[in-house]
Each structure stands twice: as structure tokens, then as C-alpha cells.
Design a protein around this ligand. Structure first.
Ligand code: GLN
Ligand code: ZN
Length: 766
């Protein structure tokens, strides 16, 4: 019998029940018991849903109130200061304090989980880090599942991945040295699970999908040998890998003393053969054939034929699963009542994906005919999708064919453009600007919501937004900024706003995916060729410009960010979809230029996120991603100034690609890292102009003028002041007006002070 299983289920709840309960708990509206009851109820619902979908082995331990890595940290008791002295356990408030900070203690760092949009809490290690079982939560959940008659497969993050994803808080210390201390605790956990009657543990080692240096790789055998040590009774281990190929480690993995391997055949279908070749007798091979990272209905026939081929070789030991945890997928398509029926038929969310898995299992057990109907229905849906006039349009084909090399480059090189732009805008040295959004006040949100519901008429809405724009322009003039923005009051979300106006996008009501903690996102679904039927921003920007003599910067979201923050069609290369998005933005840029807007910013906060997990694939990505940005931004005259913005600071390894994008000005995040990133800019001379953020908009703290001045001076050491812009780290939409005004006034003052100083020193050298 081919066993079906699931690697993990989204925990936030189909209607974000967990989010609501968490936030109520944090506000003090509900007590711990209520929160725990909601959590237990969700776990139960999800287990039952999975069982009813026909899944044989159901994950337990994939649930987390905040984050699965933080759960591991609590389970392993990593870090001496982190326990409650009385209970010896990590209690709930301590757990949340680690994630969210307290007035007295900053939150632990959070970072992206591989190439997903999920963020985990980074474990912290130093030489004194000790481990011991410090939370019974996992064991309680096992008991909970058993009580419901669920046969649990417990999910743990593997010891190597756990250490790898953490960071050292002590210079010179190597966290890998903790492995020997860590393994006995894993052994203890396994033994305890065995005594609870757990038969299988899925031990996730996604780090294997990364480029690993030998220090880490060489510890793999040792670590798993240690977990296997004689004398300990342990459950069977399924070592799970996902998000990329691990075929380069196939020989090593097959030899590991574990009872099975899981590989991702959606991201890396080619790795099957290498694993099938001489696959060790007695070991389970779990194949991830249903895509856990996207929302499309599977090609069941193809998956079935892959599985059949594997079954012929590994027989009973074949397991079937989604490619990775379904954490990255919305919960249930059935909840979508407003989605167009045709498009809905092309989709599968978590609940539907599990049914696909179990259908495949049934087919393997009972023969293809037993699932004939499902295979046919899936094939038909795919055929319809392929043939649908909503997907491929001749207009787009023509457009793509008419693209020439010239379309991805500006007419003149940067120095020529710079001269023309300087003449045109007459900006002072160290021009000041902001990243785009101004505070999204409750009034703005209410107006937008009322407009959506039809409670506010078109003209009333227009007037409300124009009032906001006028207000923002006036404030910026008072503050004395040089390049103004309209403030983005009309935008709920920088991707959704554009997606809603482009053809080829669909939106869900409940397609939530956890981003971190209680934060969820609802990525739009990019299903077909992209077409921009009419200008998307021109009216707003033009209105803003009509209110001031100063230049107003137009504000757009770039093609790569549109792509990364959506569920993207899987019937063509992502590079092609990016190019289609680029063409739509190019048209918008042209319309803005025609309307007299001289400065246009194309935000690409997700540019770095798109980097493939393996470095060998980076160049391929850069080629199409940079090209997409160039196509979006190059259709303008030399004296139109293109800005871009990216919200992070790890640039050192991607600077040449960033420079290739060719924006006249780039604004970036730097203040949290105190301009450390500028080291990179020191080594690699960034050719164009650059605005390193001088204050952190993520924190309510407002730095004083001297602090910003100091950061600017630091920047001047590596960047020619003539190339330097002055701006905050990111958009201001989450801040209030009072703090925003104070912060920007100080920023403008810092720029003035430095300008004066630079003028003097230049005068002296003359
Ligand atoms: N222009 C956007 C804003 O200011 C940029 C947001 C972002 O970089 N994530 O909000
Ligand atoms: Zn940003």
C-alpha cells in the first residue's frame, strides 16, 4: 500500500482564527486559556480535515502559536536566560516576549524562511548555550492527536537546519560547535516520542537544498549516526528535504541511518532518477508531487505516471505527499464564493491538494481505473486553462515580439542623463525625499473601505483622497523636502493596488498565507497574460503635481515585486511573466512622463527575495530580473529621472546586478545596520546616485538630528556627496503624522547642516 502523508498544514485557520485569537490575547481581551482552546480547536479541525481528505499519516508538531523555529527554540530550551525560573519551562508570555519583545527586551531577529514569504524567529547562540527539553507542548499535542484517534507523524526541525538557521551572538564563536550538545537532547525528544507511541518522526532538513560548505555537510553523517545510537528507542525517521534539489547529496542521503527520505519533485523533478537508482532496500521514499508553494490544480496524470514509475522500483515503500509543508498555501478553495468559476476550476488550495495526494494514493493501490474520473477531471481543467482566451492573448504575443534590444536600455549613459536631470530639476546637493507612502490614518482606511462597499460614491472618494494628497503635499512643503510624493492614500497594498487594475490577476476573499506571527498576506493570483487597460496612477500623481512647484515623484511597484508577492501562473517561465508585468509598468511610466512627471520611482523591495537558493542559479535570475526592470524603466527620455527602492541592506553580493538595473537613483535600508552595508558600496563603486536610509521607520523611536547627521557623514566616506540623497529607510504608512513630521524635519535639518559643511570645505579646497 502506498502511504499518503502531509508535511505540514497551515495553522492560521481558514478565516484567520489564530490571528484573531493571538491579537486578542496580546491586547489582553482574552486569557491564556481561551487562546489555548482556540489553538487546540484549530489543531483538531485541521487533523480531522486531513484525515477526511484521505491522508494516512498526519503531521503533529507543525502547529505553532507564533513560529515553528521558535517552537524548536522553546522545546530545546536554547539560551540560559530564557526560562521561567519556577516551572523550568518556556511559558507562554516568555515565548511571545522572545518573538515580539517587551519594553525591556528587544524582540529576537526575524528573517525569511528560505525563499518563501514566511519569516521565522532566528535562534541565538553563544558558547554558553545549553539545551534541554524545556517545553512539553509537543508532547501534549501528541496526546491530543492520539485522543482523537489521529495517528501522528511528529514534525521536528532537524538539528543541522536548526543550528544553521540560527546566528552567533558572540564574535568568533561557531554555532556548529553546539551540535554535540544538541544531539543528546534530540535523542531524548525522540525517546520520549517513542514512549508516547509515535511511530514516525519527520525530521526536516531543508538546509540540504542550500549550497553547503563542507563543515556543515560533513557533520550530517555524524549527526544522524548519533541519533541512531544504540540503546535509545526511537521512532522511525523520515528525513525531509524541500524547496530545491538535493541530488548532489543523493549518495550520502541514501546511506544515512534514517528510515526514509522525502524529496521535492515539484521544484526539482529531475532528481527522481538519481534517488531511484539503487535506492536502499527497507527505506521509505516519499515523493513530493503536489506543489505546496503554489495554488494550481495538479497535473494528476503526470504525477501518477511519476509515482507509478517509482512504485515499480520501491514498491510498498513509496509514500506520496505535497512537495513541502502547506504552510505556504491558503487553506480551502471552497471558501471562495466570489472567485470566477472558470478560474476557480484551475485552482487547488491546501484542502484540495491533500485530496489530490490521496487520489494518487488510491490510484497506486487500486489501479489507474479507480481514479479515472479524477484524472479526467484534472486533465480537462488543465486543457480548459490552456485553451482559455483569458490566458493567452495575441495582443501580448505581438507586444512581446515587437520588443527590441533598445527597449531595455536608456538612450544615453548615466553621466549624460545625470547632467540633463541636474539641469532640469536644479536640486540642491544632498536632495531630500521620502520613499512614497505617508501615514495611512484610520480616516484614510475608512474612506477606502467605504468606497469598496459602495457606501462612498466615486466623487466623494475622489475628493477624500485628493484632500489627503493636498494635505501630504502641504506638509512636505512645510518640512522643506526637495522631491515630494503624493503619499499613496489610495493604496491598500503596493501589489494589490496594481494587480487590481491589471488584467490577468484574480483576487481571493480568504486566500491568506502566514507571513509571520499573526501577520498574514493574501497574495493575488496572476493567472493570465498581463494587460494594462488604462493608466493606474497618473490621475493621482498629476493632481499632486498640480499642488506644488516642487517636483512630485511618481510611484510604481516594479515587475519583480509584483511577481514575488503573487501566486504566479505555472504554465510559462516566470521570466516571461515578469516581462509581461514590465511592459505594463513601462506603459504606466510613459503615461506619467507624458503627463509631465519628471521623476518616477519603481519600487523593487522583493528583488533580493527572488534570488534562487543555489548560487549557481543566481546569474540566470539576474539576467531576466534585471532585464524586466530595465524594460519597465527604460522607455523614458534622458532627463526623466528613474528611482528605485529596496527595503533591505544585504547588498554586497548583488551590487553589480543592482547597478545593471540602471536606475538613476536607488534608495535603500541602512539605518538599522548603521550604514554597515555601505562597506559594500565602498568596494564596488555604485555608479549612479544613492539614498541610504537615515532613519528606521519600523520603530516609533525618532532619532535626533545629530544621529542622522552622523549616519550621513558615514555615508559620505564611501559615497561621493554629489551622488548622495537623503531619505528615510522605507515608506511611512505605518507611522503617525506627528512623529513623521518631527522625524522628517530633523532629517531635512541634518541635510542642511551637512550641505553647509560641504560647501565650506569645497570652498576651502578651491
Ligand atoms: N513606495 C512604498 C511605500 O512607501 C514602498 C514600500 C516598500 O518598499 N515596501 O510604502
Ligand atoms: Zn521599503
Amino acid at each position: 500500500m502506498a502511504l499518503t502523508h502531509n508535511l505540514g498544514f497551515p495553522r492560521i485557520g481558514a478565516r484567520r482564527e489564530l490571528k484573531l485569537a493571538l491579537e486578542a490575547y496580546w491586547r489582553g481581551d482574552i486569557n491564556e486559556e481561551r487562546l489555548q482552546t482556540t489553538a487546540a480547536e484549530l489543531r483538531k479541525q485541521h487533523w480531522i480535515l486531513q484525515r477526511e481528505a484521505g491522508i494516512d499519516l498526519i503531521p503533529v508538531g507543525d502547529f505553532a502559536l507564533y513560529d515553528q523555529m521558535l517552537n524548536m527554540t522553546a522545546l530545546l530550551g536554547a539560551g540560559p536566560a530564557r526560562f521561567n525560573a519556577d516551572s523550568g519551562e518556556v511559558d507562554l508570555d516568555l515565548y511571545f516576549a522572545m518573538a515580539r519583545g517587551t519594553p525591556g527586551q528587544p524582540a529576537m531577529e526575524m528573517t525569511k524562511w528560505f525563499d518563501t514569504n514566511y519569516h521565522y524567529i532566528v535562534p541565538e547562540f553563544d558558547a554558553r548555550t545549553e539545551f534541554r527539553i524545556a517545553s512539553s507542548q509537543l508532547f501534549r499535542e501528541v496526546a491530543e492527536a492520539k485522543a482523537l484517534g489521529i495517528s501522528p507523524k511528529v514534525v521536528l526541525i532537524g538539528p543541522l537546519t536548526y543550528l544553521y538557521l540560527g546566528k552567533e551572538t558572540e564574535p568568533g564563536f561557531n554555532r556548529l560547535d553546539l551540535l554535540t550538545r544538541l544531539l543528546p537532547v534530540y535523542r531524548e525528544i525522540l525517546a520520549r516520542l517513542a514512549s508516547l507511541g509515535v511511530e514516525w518522526v519527520q525530521i526536516d532538513e531543508p538546509l540540504l537544498a542550500l549550497d553547503l560548505d563542507n563543515d556543515w555537510l560533513s557533520r550530517l553523517d555524524h549527526a544522524y549516526a548519533a541519533l541512531d545510537a544504540t540503546g535509545t528507542k526511537r521512532p522511525k525517521l523520515l528525513l525531509a528535504t524541500y524547496f530545491e534539489a538535493v541530488d548532489n547529496h543523493a549518495a550520502r542521503l541514501k546511506k544515512l541511518p534514517v528510515d526514509g527520505l522525502h524529496i521535492d519533485l515539484c521544484r526539482a523533478p529531475h532528481q527522481l532518477d538519481i534517488f531511484l537508482d539503487n535506492y536502499p532496500a527497507g527505506k521509505v521514499l516519499s515523493l513530493g508531487v503536489i506543489d505546496g508553494r503554489n495554488v494550481w490544480r495538479a497535473d494528476l496524470a503526470q504525477a501518477f505516471s511519476i509515482l507509478s514509475r517509482a512504485q515499480a522500483i520501491v514498491g510498498e515503500r513509496l509514500w506520496i505527499a505535497p512537495s513541502c509543508s502547506l504552510l505556504h498555501c491558503p487553506v480551502d478553495l471552497e471558501l471562495e464564493t466570489r472567485l470566477d468559476g472558470e478560474i476557480k476550476n484551475w485552482l487547488a488550495f491546501s484542502a484540495q491538494k491533500l485530496k489530490e495526494v490521496s487520489t494518487l494514493g488510491r490510484g497506486l493501490d487500486q489501479g489507474e481505473n479507480a481514479i479515472r474520473e479524477s484524472l479526467d477531471a484534472a486533465a480537462e481543467a488543465r486543457q480548459e486553462r490552456r485553451d482559455s482566451p483569458r490566458i493567452h492573448s495575441p495582443v501580448m504575443q505581438e507586444r512581446l515580439q515587437s520588443l527590441t534590444h533598445n527597449d531595455s536600455g536608456r538612450a544615453s549613459p548615466f553621466p549624460v542623463r545625470q547632467l540633463l536631470q541636474r539641469r532640469r530639476f536644479q536640486l540642491p546637493l544632498l536632495p531630500t525625499t521620502t520613499i512614497g507612502s505617508f501615514p495611512q490614518t484610520p480616516e484614510i482606511r475608512q474612506a477606502r473601505a467605504a468606497f469598496r462597499k459602495g457606501e462612498l460614491g466615486n466623487l466623494q472618494y475622489l475628493e477624500a483622497m485628493r484632500n489627503e494628497i493636498r494635505f501630504a503635499i502641504k506638509k512636505q512643503e512645510e518640512i522643506g523636502l526637495d522631491v515630494l510624493v503624493h503619499g499613496e492614500p489610495e493604496r491598500n497594498d503596493m501589489v494589490e493596488y496594481f494587480g487590481e487594475q491589471l488584467w490577468g490577476y484574480a483576487f481571493t476573499e480568504n486566500g491568506w498565507v502566514q507571513s509571520y506571527g499573526s501577520r498574514c498576506v493574501k497574495p493575488p493570483i496572476l493567472y493570465g497574460d498581463i494587460y494594462r487597460p488604462e493608466p493606474m496612477t497618473v490621475d493621482w500623481i498629476q493632481y499632486a503635481q498640480s499642488q506644488t512647484e516642487k517636483p512630485v515623484k511618481g510611484m510604481l511597484t516594479g515587475p519583480i515585486t509584483m511577481l514575488m508577492w503573487s501566486f504566479v501562473r505555472d504554465d510559462q517561465a516566470r521570466s516571461l511573466t515578469a516581462l509581461q508585468l514590465a511592459l505594463a509598468i513601462r506603459d504606466e511610466v510613459a503615461d506619467l512622463e507624458r503627463a509631465g512627471i519628471g521623476i518616477i520611482q519603481i519600487d523593487e523591495p522583493a528583488f533580493r527575495e527572488g534570488l534562487p537558493l543555489k548560487k549557481a542559479d543566481w546569474n540566470g535570475y539576474f539576467q531576466w530580473a534585471v532585464e524586466a526592470f530595465r524594460v519597465a524603466s527604460s522607455g523614458v527620455k534622458d532627463d526623466t529621472q528613474i528611482h528605485t527602492h529596496m527595503c533591505y541592506s544585504e547588498f554586497n553580493d548583488i551590487l553589480p546586478a543592482i547597478a545593471d538595473m540602471g536606475a538613476d537613483v536607488i534608495t535603500i535600508e541602512t539605518s538599522r545596520s548603521r550604514m554597515e552595508l555601505l562597506d559594500g558600496f565602498g568596494h564596488f563603486k555604485y555608479p549612479n546616485e544613492i539614498g541610504p536610509g537615515v532613519y528606521d521607520i519600523h520603530s516609533p523611536r525618532i532619532p535626533d538630528t545629530a544621529e542622522m547627521l552622523e549616519l550621513l557623514e558615514k555615508a559620505c566616506l564611501v559615497i561621493n556627496p554629489k551622488q548622495l540623497w537623503v531619505n528615510p529607510d522605507c515608506g511611512l504608512k505605518t507611522r503617525g503624522w506627528t512623529e513623521t513630521v518631527t522625524a522628517l524635519e530633523r532629517m531635512v535639518e541634518a541635510a542642511r547642516l551637512l550641505r553647509a559643511r560641504l560647501d565650506i570645505s569645497q570652498a576651502e579646497t578651491c
